[in-house]
Write a protein that binds this ligand. Structure first.
Ligand code: FE2
Length: 306
């Protein structure tokens, strides 16, 4: 991490608010509580798609594409050209539709460089052979903290925000930030930090960095679970609302208080029900394992390993 990357992100948000801001359309997948975002530059109609879902029926071991098809249809009817498919991290609660989207709308697939560490850890747990390269080569681009890219004429910047996993990135696109699994809605709090490679203190410091963005920065989340007393799903807020009101990490909460809260809460959470299927697909950049000699693909379930 370096403060130059954060300063560049702050400058970018200020500049964007004087010029063109990206259009964001969100698709919410209720079975996995996941928000996928299609972001585009209205001047050029160039687009990025962030964190997509391949539908998965765990009982039947069956994948399907209704969620991704809705995004593809929107891309076509809106006349968008997809330059990027961005993953904020290797998700543990849904399979990524990155591969299916590549076949249908194209775009480069990008994730944070630390995905290599996640590939090493889970490559070991799943005992995947040497045919699985643990070098991030399943992705077209690996972002570092401060890496710059663009959606049409709208500048964009990647921030490394580890803690939930070692590889989490937030994407600052124009005046909007896509925070992945760091912050949730202010009334719901923050992401868990107890997966392999997770670290609550690191998550706190990553979140503090995000909260240093300008007040009016639009914040788009990766998940929502409806907080108690709220009947509607929500996936958009602002930095000032998070800083003032996030129940876990509002202004004034210290790192030690946060870490104690996070550890207590994480100890009470069960594993996400799609963790094992999701991770072994997502560390492969959305590729399913190769079929065996009978033509059928298999996912593995490690017993008593997590
Ligand atoms: Fe996650």
């Amino acid at each position: 991490m370096n403060d130059n990357a954060l300063q560049a992100a702050i400058d970018q948000v200020h500049a964007a608010r004087l010029g063109a801001t990206p259009v964001v359309r969100t698709f919410f997948d209720e079975p996995t509580n996941t928000a996928s975002h299609v972001v585009h530059d209205p001047a050029t109609r160039r687009a990025a798609i962030i964190d997509t879902v391949l539908d998965y029926d765990a009982a039947a071991g069956r994948t399907s594409t209704a969620s991704a098809d809705a995004i593809i249809q929107y891309v076509h009817t809106t006349g968008l050209s997809v330059d990027w498919r961005l993953e904020t991290h290797a998700h543990a609660d849904h399979l990524s539709a990155a591969l299916y989207l590549e076949e249908n709308v194209g775009g480069l697939l990008a994730i944070g460089r630390e995905i290599i560490r996640v590939q090493e850890v889970f490559g070991r747990i799943f005992n995947i052979g040497s045919e699985f390269a643990r070098d991030g080569s399943q992705f077209d681009r690996l972002f570092d903290d401060g890496s710059r890219f663009a959606i049409g004429k709208i500048p964009a910047l990647a921030l490394h925000v580890p803690g939930h996993t070692p590889a989490d990135m937030a994407y600052v696109i124009g005046d909007a930030v896509f925070v992945g699994d760091t912050l949730f809605m202010p009334d719901y709090g923050t992401a868990r930090a107890d997966f392999p490679g997770g670290d609550a203190g690191q998550l706190y410091r990553s979140i503090r960095r995000l909260l240093a963005l300008p007040d009016e920065t639009r914040v788009f989340l990766c998940h929502d679970y409806k907080a108690a007393g709220r009947d509607e799903y929500a996936w958009q807020t602002t930095i000032v609302e998070e800083r003032a009101g996030n129940v876990h990490v509002h202004e004034g909460v210290s790192e030690s208080d946060f870490v104690a809260m996070r550890k207590r809460r994480d100890a009470s959470l069960g594993m996400p029900k799609l963790l094992l299927p999701s991770v072994q697909v997502n560390i492969r950049g959305g590729h399913l394992p190769e079929p065996e000699d009978n033509g059928i693909r298999y996912l593995k379930i490690p017993l008593d390993a997590l």
